[in-house]
Structure formats: C-alpha cells, structure tokens
Design a protein around this ligand. Structure first.
Ligand code: ADP
Ligand code: MG
Length: 816
C-alpha cells in the first residue's frame, strides 16, 4: 500500500507535490495508477485510468483541486484493497462420529459390568484363551493391567482437512464426493486388486488408490461390488498418512468409508478419530487389543475412584473412569489432554504420598539435638579463624539452615546441592564440628577411595589445630589398622570417621554417632542411603551433590529430603573456556597443554569408561598414557590414574600431580568427583560424546579451581550432529542446573541418574520434563494429605493404591 502512504505524506506536507527519492508525488501516482493490478473489473479499471490522467496534471492544479483529488483517491484505494483480498479459506469439513459402543450393544453386557480390576483377563467375555496368553506376554494378566496399558501414541485421524490443504507427512481425514471410480486387477500382479477413486470437494480434486492383496479380490464379482459401492456421487470419508507424490500430496493406501449421505456419521473406529497405537507383541494385533479393551472399559464406571471427589473438583480433574476411557478412546485432543492430566496427576500423587509418608515417619523418630555442650568450646568459631578465607554468603546461609536442623530433636534429612567448586566441603566440616561440639561423633562418606583420601587430607589440614581426631576406613584398610579403628570408634575416642561405603558394613559401630555426611550422594543409591539410616541409630543426615539434578527429578527421588542450595561460587574464579575439537584436531589440544605447562600449570587427559568394562577402560587409558609419554610429551612427566590401580598407586599418582612432580595426568573418570588441584588449568576429554552432560560438567569442574584462566577441550568423533549439539550446550553454559535440565531433556531420567540409582519412580505416562507443574501440584496435595492424616486412614482409595504400588515395587525388586 505504498500509494496510501504517499497520500498520507502529501496531506501532512500541505499538498506541495512532495518530491520523493526518485520522482514527485503526482508523477508516482500517475504512473502507478496506469499499471493497475490484474483481477479488476473493467469499471474499476476505467475509474483508475481517469484518476491517472487527472494526477498527470496535479502539478499544475491549485490547492483546492489537489485536496479534492487526494480525497477522491483514498476511498478508491481502500475499495481496491477489499476487492483484491484473497478469498477466505474454506472451513475444514465436518464429520459426525458414531458412538463406538452404540451399534449392537445398546447396554453393555451384564458380564462386563461385573469386572473388577483384579479379574483375570481370561475370564473376560470376548477375550479367548489365545488372546489371554498373548496379553500375558505383555505382562497384562488382570483387567486392571489392561486398562493401564496406555497407548504409546495416537494416529491423528481427527485432523479434518479439505483436499487443497493436505500436507505431506501428516495424517489427515477428508470428506469428498466420488467423481469417478475404477476397480481392476493389477496389470502386473494377478493377485492384486486396485481400487482407484477420483474424489472432489469444494477446493479441488484428488486421486486415491487402495490395494487389495489376495486372489479373491481380483474376482470380477468383487471388483464390481466395489465399483457399485463407490459409485459416482457417493460421499466418502478418507483417513490416512499423506505423502508427497509427483502430482502433489496423496494418501498412502488410506482407510475408506462410504457415508450414507454428506451429513451421515462414520461407523469406522478409526476414520476421523485419534486412533491409539499400542505396544504390541507377536500374534497380538492392534485390533485385538482395541477389542479387548472395548470389552472391559464399560465396567470402569462401577469402580471406585481413589481420589476424594472434593479434591478432584477443586483441581478440575476428570473422574478415573472417564480418564481411562478418554486415554484409550479419545474423541478429540481436548478429551485426550484432560484424561492424560488426571492419570499423570495420579502417578505423581502416589509417588509424592509415598515420599511424604517416609518423611513423616522419619520425623517421628527421636534424634539427639546437636547443641554445644557447656564448656565444649566453639569449634565452628575456631574453624573460621583458621580458614584462609571467609565463607561466602551462600555457605553461611546453608550452614545456618543445617545448624537449625541439628538443634532439633528430630533427625535432619537434608540434601545440599552446590555446583562443582562451590565449597561444600567446608560446610560439611563445620556441620561435623557441630556434632563434635555436642559430644557426638561424625561420619563422612565418599563414593570412591580417591575422594575419601582427599577428604582426609583436607580435613587433616584443619582438625589437628582444633584437637579433633579423624581417621580413614576404606576397603583397603589393613586388617590390624581396621581393628584398632573400630575399637576407637566404639569407645568414642575417634571423633570423625571418613570412608567409602565400607562405612555401611556391619562391624562398624559408633559410640555416639550424631551426623552422617554423604558426599557426592548421586553416586550412592537411595537404598544405600536408607541402609545407613537403618543402622539402628538415628543420626542426622546431610547428603551433598555437585551434580545438580533438575527440580522435577530431585522432587521425585529426594522428595523426602529438605534441600539447601549453594548458588554462589567463592570469589576470584576465572571462567573456564570450553571448546569442541574434532578427534583430528587433537594436536591443538596437545599444543595447548604444552603452552600451559610452560606457564607452570598442569593438565588432565580423561578417557571414558568403555561400556563399564574395566578391561577396555584399562587398555585405553594405558595406551593413551604410553602414546603421550613416548611420542607427544617425552620431555614431561605424565602420570596415570585408573580404577585398577591399588589404592597406594592411585594416591601416589594424584599426589605427584598435586605436588607438580607430574604435569600431565591421564585418567579415567576416577577424577570426576572432588579431586582438587588448583594448578590444573587444562582438561582434555577424549570421546566426549560418550559422557553425559552432567558428568562432563563435573569433569570440567576439576579445572578452574585456581586463579589462572582455564580451558576445557572436548574431543569428539565429529560425525554425529546430535552428539555435537549436546556438547555445544556445555560450551555455551557453565550453570550446572541449566546443563542438568538439558541433559534430562536430551537423555531422559534413567540415563541422567545412571544405573546405580535405584529409586527412580516408575512413571507410565508422566514425563519429568514436560509435566513439572502437575508434579508440583501433586506434591503440595500429598503433603497436605499426609499432614492431616499421616496414614491416610480416611482416604481408603489412596491408601489401597499406595499399598498396591508398594507391592508392585517389591515384586519388581525381587525380579531384578
Ligand atoms: P565442592 O563444592 O566442589 O566440593 P570444595 O569444597 O572442594 O568444592 O571447594 C573448592 C575449593 O574452594 C577448595 O579449594 C576450597 O578450599 C575453596 N573454597 C571453599 N570455600 C571458599 C570460600 N568461601 N572462599 C574461597 N575459597 C573457598
Ligand atoms: Mg566436593
């Protein structure tokens, strides 16, 4: 509409025949009006022509005539625009769907109504012994199992379109009139019949072919009957996947149904609907499964809904029977979504109820309040005076939260999350000192010996000045030393015990255990955590992790814990520069290592564990070590660290690296957690695509601990675009939470937590990435329910559902 704009300007400038960039206002208009757009009526064309002539003389006219001309033109232009507007797109067709339960079975058979969730499928009318066996193959034994066998996906035949709007790659349904039809045997295959229909609707025409394999379809009688059925003028509904063809979008062997008339309902259970797609097994067709479900769904109306009606109404959740029917036979997207919402809520609610109860039970047990004994000396205050730095604000806040918990007569159960290098160890140490002040003992548990030894080294730096005793217990502690240690522990002389999961073993007994700190708790399973708590005593528990896990995951797994967060790094850290390198660009990495070593810094080279196989792992680390020693850095000292080394050898390798006796350390992921060498400024990670993002972030955290600018180089295969994309997340972010969130999206919760983590909830429908809001909602409700009625006595349905779930989990655990 440049003409309208020109008019506006001309009016604003007082009709002075404005000089534009190339020509005057009047010349521009005269020229434009002489070239009218196509598609105008002859009358409109004539009026524009006369206007063009008038504008050619505009320059010579006086002000009044000029005003008149412009005023005249503007409504004309507006009308032109209205006339030329493209026609409204044709609305999609309408389709009436027959109620699937309607034909034949006006009221469901009495037998179906008596079905209970616990009725064996073999006893359901309409499910024969063969089908029952096949369903059992999918783990579906009872009616309750079958209705919870949710569709894996849906074919969207509810996408109703006109012929002109068909889109390749999507499923669609259209309603059209038969213009011509032809049924004939394939000229190339005598066993194949082809039905070819020429269809049309108000927007266009389309050729549709269906193929029928089998000799009986090529019989003249059958072909004739088809042609009769799809006679010209008949209305048909067509559903299927649209593909690209040389003649435009076309259906790929679609479903067809002749309708009795343009407004008549379709009877098909697929056409026009969202068709559920199920996980199947051999010999069990989708139709059989859908039919079996049809036999049991009517019975659901009689089942009781475990959710209290009042809660259901408040949260606008569908009744259970409706939701189960809606997930299997949705009439549209809205119903599907509402059904899914209810079922997802149930899954989260059960999960959160279990956690809320566990938390409640834990709080019921008495614990020793850890308050300083009179005359015990303020160890935490003295620690502050010997630390070379003040605690950060975040460290202070978290420590205060912990101390408040410790002073209570109920056991603390707290998770401390803090990014790599955020200074969790000092906080843990202060917490342990609180226990000592109160006349109790403390334990610090680490996932690896290397880390446990580092903790000992660090604590041994401060504890003697505070006159606190401390020792290390691992799997490789010699028997004699071990006996002495256990003795000191039980008579209370030893105040802090540091160790690996050896601490969980039975002979380990404390005189007065007050606090257990579990470092890098993600490396321990939930079961191990519980085992510790079940050691007959009720110590306070502080678990720590540097692998922040997304909130949804944290709530699902550690929903029984309180969470503290250190969200601030100690000052003076320089950010780590992260770069991706192809395997072929490895030389660049070695150049950087050499450069940094020349500056007095050190470098890690990390290799992945190959399929958890220690042997392969060993070979690759050893091989790379040899290659570096012999060919790349013959002039440097290159250390080697891997899981197969003895504890002393490991300690020696780390010690040499920490002291600078070696400048390069080749390692497996043993260095992942906790190892702290401030002079290390380069981290080279081989086969980076094999690691999870969170793990890479952890590894990266091994550098950047000193003041020097640090580098992380991710070497990758380079062929896999997806792997590359994943690694780029890491290059672009240093925020552990953001990275964890991406990791969850890209790999799913099972991978993110690793196989070691038991306790991952079994969620059939709910997604920890997409249903975060429902999870929060369920958590709030669960906490309120348990607070008002801890054992859920007045919520029988929920109580039973929880028992059932626990039973299932026990059975699953037994099978594993
Ligand atoms: P992580 O949280 O990864 O376990 P650490 O506890 O190992 O981190 O701390 C990393 C480094 O930061 C250590 O060398 C530690 O001494 C140092 N540090 C901890 N707190 C502070 C602080 N408030 N100011 C300066 N440095 C600190
Ligand atoms: Mg740590």
């Amino acid at each position: 509409m440049p003409l309208q704009q020109a008019c506006r300007l001309e009016v604003e400038r007082g009709f002075g025949d404005l000089l534009g960039r190339q020509e005057t206002f009047s010349r521009f208009l005269a020229r434009s009006l002489q070239e009218p757009p196509s598609g105008l009526t002859p009358a409109a064309r004539r009026s524009l022509q006369s206007l063009a002539e008038a504008y050619a003389r505009y320059g010579e006219e006086g002000l009044g005539r000029r005003q008149q001309l412009v005023r005249q033109l503007r409504p004309t232009l507006h009308q032109l625009r209205v006339d030329l507007r493209p026609p409204e797109p044709v609305a999609p067709p309408r389709l009436r769907l027959a109620d699937p339960a309607a034909p034949g079975s006006a009221s469901p058979p009495a037998a179906a109504m008596a079905l209970l969730p616990t009725t064996p499928l073999g006893e359901v009318r309409g499910i024969g012994p063969r089908t029952a066996t096949r369903l059992a193959g999918l783990g579906l034994l009872l009616v309750g199992d079958l209705v919870r066998h949710y569709p894996r996906d849906y074919l969207d035949y509810a996408n109703l379109v006109r012929i002109s709007a068909l889109e390749p790659g999507r499923t669609a349904t259209l309603v059209a009139t038969v213009h011509r039809s032809h049924a004939f045997p394939s000229p190339r295959n005598p066993n194949l019949a082809i039905l070819e229909l020429h269809l049309q609707d108000v927007t266009g025409r389309l050729r549709v072919s269906r193929f029928f394999a089998g000799r009986r379809f090529t019989a003249p009688g059958w072909l004739k009957s088809q042609q009769r059925q799809f006679a010209p003028g008949a209305t048909v509904a067509v559903s299927g996947l649209v593909k690209e063809s040389p003649w435009g979008p076309a259906f790929n062997d679609p479903l067809l149904e002749v309708l009795e008339g343009p407004g008549a309902p379709v009877r098909s259970e697929a056409i026009g609907r969202l068709v559920p797609v199920y996980a199947l097994t051999e010999g069990l067709s989708a139709d059989t499964l859908r039919r079996s479900l049809q036999g049991v769904l009517p019975a659901l109306e009689r089942w009781s809904d475990p959710l209290p009606a009042q809660l259901r109404q408040r949260l606008a959740l569908l009744p259970l029977a409706k939701a189960l029917k809606g997930i299997h036979q949705p009439s549209d997207r809205t119903e599907l979504q509402a059904s899914r919402r209810r079922l997802v809520f149930d899954e989260f609610l059960l999960l959160q109820l279990g956690l809320a109860q566990r938390r409640w039970r834990l709080r019921q047990r008495p614990a020793q309040p850890l308050e300083p004994l009179p005359g015990g000396g303020d160890l935490v205050a003295r620690l502050r005076t010997i630390l070379p730095f003040p605690l950060t604000g975040a460290q202070e806040r978290v420590l205060a939260e912990i101390r408040r918990d410790l002073a209570r007569p109920q056991p603390m159960a707290r998770l401390l999350q803090g990014d790599v290098g955020s200074g969790k160890t000092v906080v843990a140490l202060a917490a342990l000192l609180c226990a000592i002040e109160a006349g109790c003992q403390g334990a610090l548990m680490a996932p690896t010996e290397v880390l446990a030894e580092q903790h000992l080294a660090k604590l041994a730096h401060w504890l003697p000045q505070l006159h606190v005793s401390c020792a290390l217990l691992t799997g490789s502690t010699p028997a004699k030393r071990r006996r002495d240690l256990l003795q000191d522990l039980i008579n209370g002389q030893l105040q802090i015990l540091i160790g690996t999961h050896a601490l969980l073993e039975d002979p380990v007994q404390f005189a007065r255990l007050g606090l257990v700190v579990v470092d890098e708790q993600h490396r321990f399973g939930v079961r191990q955590r519980n085992r510790l708590l079940a050691k007959g005593l009720q110590p306070h528990l502080l678990t720590m992790t540097a692998t922040p896990i997304p909130r949804t995951l944290a709530l699902s797994i550690h929903g029984d814990l309180d969470v503290s967060q250190i969200d601030e790094l100690p000052p003076g850290r320089t950010p780590i520069r992260t770069r991706l390198l192809r395997a072929g660009e490895r030389q660049e990495a070695w150049d950087l290592v050499r450069e940094q070593v020349a500056l007095g810094q050190r470098a890690y080279v990390v290799l992945p564990l190959v399929e958890e196989s220690e042997k392969l792992d060993l070979r690759s680390a050893v091989e790379v070590h040899r290659h570096l020693v012999e060919e790349v850095f013959p002039d440097l000292a290159v250390g080697l660290l891997h899981g197969r080394l003895s504890s002393e050898a490991k300690q020696a390798a780390i010690g040499a690296f920490a002291r600078g006796e070696s400048q390069v350390l080749v390692s497996t992921t043993v260095v992942e957690v906790g190892v702290d060498v401030p002079e290390a400024s380069v981290m080279v990670i081989e086969h980076a695509e094999r690691f999870g993002l969170a793990q890479l972030h952890q590894l990266r955290g091994r550098v950047g601990r000193g003041a020097a600018a640090s580098h992380c180089l991710l070497l990758h295969g380079g062929n896999n675009a997806q792997a590359r994309q994943r690694l780029e997340v890491l290059a672009g972010s240093t925020d552990g939470f953001e990275i964890a969130e991406m990791d969850l999206r890209l790999r799913g919760p099972g991978q993110v937590l690793g196989t070691r983590q038991s306790g991952l909830p079994d969620l059939a429908l709910a997604s920890l990435t997409d249903d975060a809001d429902l999870l929060e909602l369920a958590r709030t409700e669960a906490q309120e329910l348990v607070a008002s009625d801890p054992s859920l006595e007045s919520y029988l349905g929920l109580h039973q559902a929880l028992l059932d779930q626990r039973q299932r989990q026990l059975e699953a655990a037994r099978l594993n």
